[in-house]
Design a protein around this ligand. Structure first.
Ligand SMILES: C[S@@+](CC[C@H](N)C(=O)[O-])C[C@H]1O[C@@H](n2cnc3c(N)ncnc32)[C@H](O)[C@@H]1O
Length: 257
């Protein structure tokens, strides 16, 4: 599968450091929120869950106790990290803009990987992928880091040490052109091996930024019945807006005219 040349280094050559830069334990509270929203959005109790852009599988490590999960990511390296954490889940390589598995799931989840949709056209493709893989009466949940209305330049830091290896980062998010649909998160990683040797790496993540109205329109045009859910995760993640799309029970209620 062809891989975009602009996929951040973290999801390729640096992927082995993912669990130290972004530890599964940081996801427990938010995964609980996603689980609650997915259960509430589906007409019947859901069992199967497709996650698009599942990365290192940190959310999945909490969601898998409730759902039978299929995890899809563009990066073979990130799938490999996730397989170690979630050996019981199905893992598949695929692009959320074009994936067609030929089967449906009770619900679909797209977490922060949705930020790698840099144009409205690509965001619409990812939403369409969620729609065609969602059963009637099921739902899709999208959790972008930011929408246009709540973007602010920001700095962050984090990281962990495990068994003598350590990885820490400093991040700076900024918007070089407020007129377009993207912003930039620059990361400086400090990666320390057991022998004390240090590598410092810069990684630029270009991320999509769309307004609430664009989100709601694209979800509606795909055939979902959309809702915005404001959530306050507290701390660095702060206030976010999540989008839930319910897929109507019958074909008749699906496509907007
Ligand atoms: C921040 S990580 C996701 C982490 C995940 N939320 C977790 O719980 O571990 C973002 C992921 O999006 C993936 N990604 C980016 N563009 C994608 C695309 N078009 N289709 C599928 N995955 C994509 C990257 O390969 C990366 O693994």
């Amino acid at each position: 599968m062809e891989r975009p040349s602009d996929l951040p280094r973290l999801y390729g050559e640096l992927s082995e450091w993912w669990p130290l830069l972004s530890a599964p334990s940081e996801y427990e509270e938010e995964a609980h929120v996603y689980r609650t929203l997915l259960l509430a959005a589906c007409e019947d109790p859901p069992r199967t869950l497709l996650e698009l852009g599942s990365g290192g599988g940190n959310n999945a490590s909490y969601l898998k106790s409730r759902f039978e999960m299929t995890l899809v990511d563009l990066s073979p390296e990130m799938l490999s990290v996730s397989r170690t954490l979630n050996p019981e889940c199905e893992h598949l390589e695929g692009d959320m803009r074009s994936l067609r598995l030929g089967r449906v799931f009770d619900c679909v989840f797209v977490h922060d990987a949705i930020v790698y949709m840099l144009t409205e056209a690509d965001l619409a493709r990812a939403i369409e992928t969620a729609f065609v893989h969602c059963r009637h009466g099921g739902a899709a949940l999208f959790a972008p880091d930011l929408i246009k209305e709540n973007f602010e330049p920001n700095t962050g830091h984090g990281g962990h040490e495990v068994d003598g290896r350590a990885a820490h980062y400093l991040s700076v998010s900024w918007d070089p052109d407020p007129e377009d649909d993207t912003y930039v998160s620059d990361y400086a990683y400090m990666l320390r091996e057991r022998d004390g040797s240090i590598r410092v790496a810069h990684d630029r993540h270009v991320e999509g930024l769309f307004s609430r109205d664009v989100w709601l329109r694209l979800l509606y045009e795909a055939g979902f019945r959309p809702n915005v859910i404001p959530i306050d995760h507290g701390g660095e993640h702060g206030r976010v807006e999540l989008f839930v799309g319910r897929k109507p029970t019958s074909e008749a209620g699906t496509a907007p005219s």
